[in-house]
Design a protein around this ligand. Structure first.
Ligand SMILES: *[C@@H]1O[C@H](CO)[C@@H](O)[C@H](O)[C@H]1NC(C)=O
Ligand SMILES: *[C@@H]1O[C@H](CO)[C@@H](O)[C@H](O)[C@H]1NC(C)=O
Length: 658
């Protein structure tokens, strides 16, 4: 079923990134180059829950529907399952929830995990009564199979929240489902749960605020610790209330972990994790007065894989919880730093009136948090074999004393004093002519996506470059939102103009000047024929031989102004790092005089040719050339005066954010 008549560009290369977000909304319709799937379904709350690269499908959950979309064209033959709750449950929900919005009495799909080669495991809130089932997706995508497996509905308790407003995270590993979720109707009992498989069901200690204190779960990810499978740990990223009353900040961001093969304690902590540990994640900037400004609220995490599966790079998006100051930041963490904190001292508190200190007493063996049967405990096959003192120690010391600091001890990207916050992140590694770059795609609470590259500088500082704030790309970025799913491009080189210099100054690693136009860069192409300089953006070096000042883009137009009136000379910068200057060249004169872009009271002597030049990295470029004609106020009575906008083409790219 083709629901959109938008044309679709050829795909050059596949890259799948997605922003798992509920609050992103992209305004696409105006541009016509993006592919928006909101569909004829009477549904809301679309969440991209799973990419299936083997089948080239993307699974999306919304209210009462599960979708399977083609990764290449989200509007091509979508496969749709309608999975509402039975009418009786809906009625019961309405009766119980009379005080709440009735819209919540739906089946909000919150979990889609691959179960086996043919089936998915899927859970929904079930109108405040979570349910799970299996979905048959066929062996191959060409089969176009997508249907509920009849008669296989399970309870979703401990897998999916009751309340669709509460976040949950999950990971299905070796047939075991691990979930960070609120497991009761009222949303007061939060837990990290293990269900479904052959191992014993497990959870975090109930109503123990030292373990979890009103958490909001953000992400879960398996990161191996060594080549030994028994050492495998599942990491949970969340934010939670600070443990002490009245403590500042109110919220703290956390990284927590458990061993996959944890069987709980023998004496105590029976069916409860005996390897759960957590640490604080710091993302802060030093203020002028030396006091750190903390971005305390973790909003999203992106795990960037590297060659070494044990050491992925962890990107976190944070915002500030305080009321005075609004801002957000991206911090990057290394697994080496994270492991160092988990191998460091435990936080300890002697009693209610004591401070948290680093525990200095004897630490029992095996060291709390160690996985059974692993590198350090080959002879203890289960946590049930651990001595009681280890289990007791774990119960009271789930928190590490030291916090995890970001790489270089500061954020990679910071935004303050702007009217938006970052909420989601996806990262792409791009091979460019002068090295490999990481391009960040940052979703904002305002509904746009910023494409940002951070360049290392020689002095250990970094330079951040906002490549564009986009409402639309052409390929391969998938954005889920309340209103629908959108498929966007990672690159759109044509917006950078038609000159080599513009292409070079854009410093977009996805794009290079190929001798004729600014086009998609591919590292396999011959280097000599492609001009790109991401690091320095130096067109003087890169564009030698190409007429860098092709006057194609320079429009000569006539602008009229009335004597005594105010006139604005409009000149749009192509990037945020450009300085703009207007020059006036009087008739019958070779002298050029710098002028400001706002002329308050026009005089006839202001007539002449005006030229707007941009300067970036010592590179000058004429953007606009216009002739200003000043009309005497007496003539105006009978003349239609055209003022304002010099005939610039409509802006091809949205305004820069600085
Ligand atoms: C969509 O849902 C709304 C509210 O539930 C309902 O009023 C409307 O009739 C539905 N529209 C269609 C096309 O089903
Ligand atoms: C996958 O799991 C489903 C549900 O348990 C089962 O019906 C199906 O036969 C399994 N398929 C394979 C290939 O094992």
């Amino acid at each position: 079923m083709l629901l959109s008549n938008l044309s679709y560009p050829d795909l050059l290369e596949e890259k799948h990134l997605f922003l798992p977000s509920v609050c992103l909304f992209i305004e696409l319709k105006s541009t016509g180059t993006a592919h928006h799937f909101s569909f004829l379904l009477n549904s809301t709350d679309y969440r991209i829950l799973r990419m299936d690269e083997d089948h080239d499908r993307m699974y999306v959950g919304s209210k009462d529907y599960i979708l399977s979309l083609d990764l290449h064209d989200i509007n091509k033959e979508p496969l749709i399952i309608h999975w509402p709750v039975v009418p009786q449950r809906k009625t019961e929900c309405y009766l119980t929830l009379f005080a709440l919005p009735q819209g919540e009495c739906g089946n909000f799909i919150r979990l889609i995990e691959p179960w086996n080669r043919t089936h998915l495991y899927v859970c929904g809130t079930g109108a405040y009564n979570p349910i799970c089932t299996y979905v048959d997706r066929g062996r191959r995508s060409q089969e176009y199979i997508f249907r509920l497996e009849p008669g296989k509905v399970d309870s979703g308790k401990g897998k999916c929240p009751y309340d669709p407003k509460l976040n949950s995270v999950s990971a299905l590993i070796n047939g075991e489902l691990y979930a960070g979720v609120y497991i009761d109707f009222m949303g007061t009992d939060s837990a990290i749960f293990r269900t479904l498989g052959k191992q014993t069901a497990m959870r975090t200690d109930q109503y123990n605020s030292r373990w979890l204190n009103d958490p909001t779960f953000v992400h879960a990810h398996l990161i191996p610790d060594s080549a030994e499978k028994n050492d495998d740990k599942l990491y949970f990223f969340f934010r939670e209330k600070a443990s002490e009353m009245g403590q500042s900040p109110m919220t703290q961001s956390r990284i927590g972990r458990i061993c996959l093969n944890d069987d709980g304690g023998h004496c105590c902590l029976v069916n409860k994790w005996s390897t759960f540990l957590k640490a604080r994640l710091i993302c802060s900037v030093p203020g002028a007065d030396g006091i750190e400004t903390h971005f305390d609220e973790l909003r999203d995490v992106y795990i960037q894989p590297t060659q070494d599966t044990k050491n992925p790079v962890i990107y976190g998006v944070f915002s500030v919880s305080g009321s005075v100051f609004k801002g957000s930041a991206v911090c990057v963490y290394s697994m080496a730093d994270i492991r160092m904190v988990f191998n460091g001292p435990f936080a300890h508190k002697e009693g209610p009136n004591y401070q948290w200190v680093a525990y200095t007493g004897k630490i029992p063996y095996p060291r709390p948090g160690t996985c059974p049967g692993g590198t350090f405990t080959p002879n203890m096959k289960s946590t049930k074999d651990y001595p009681d003192e280890v289990i007791n120690f774990m119960r009271n010391h789930p928190t590490m004393y030291n916090a995890v600091y970001p790489v270089h001890k500061r954020p990679l990207v910071v935004r303050t004093n702007v009217d938006y916050e970052f909420t989601t992140i996806a990262v792409d590694q791009v091979a460019a002519a002068d090295g490999s770059y990481e391009v960040l795609f940052l979703g904002t609470d305002r509904g746009s996506v910023q494409k940002v590259i951070v360049l290392p500088r020689d002095d250990l500082q970094t330079e951040e470059l906002v490549l564009e704030e986009v409402e639309v790309f052409k390929q391969q970025l998938y954005v889920g939102s309340v209103l629908g799913v959108t498929h966007l491009a990672l690159h759109r080189c044509d917006v950078y103009g038609e000159a080599c210099a513009d292409c070079c100054l854009a410093r977009d690693p996805y794009c290079a000047w190929d001798g004729k136009s600014c086009s998609r860069y591919s590292s396999s192409q011959k280097r000599r024929s492609r001009r790109q300089d991401v690091k320095y953006g130096n067109p003087i070096r890169q564009c030698r031989g190409y007429n860098s000042n092709t006057n194609k883009n320079t429009l000569e137009t006539v602008q009229y102004g009335v004597e005594g009136s105010t006139t604005f000379l409009e000149c749009q910068a192509r990037s945020p790092h450009v300085s703009l200057k207007w020059h006036l060249q009087k008739e019958n004169s070779d002298r050029r005089k710098e002028v400001s872009l706002l002329i308050r009271s026009l005089q006839s002597s202001d007539s002449g040719i005006y030229q707007c030049t941009s300067t970036e990295k010592n590179f000058k470029h004429t953007l606009v050339k216009l002739q200003l004609v000043v009309l005497s106020s007496r003539t105006v009575n009978n003349v239609l005066v055209e003022t304002g906008s010099p005939a610039l083409p409509p802006l091809q790219r949205p305004c820069w954010i600085t």
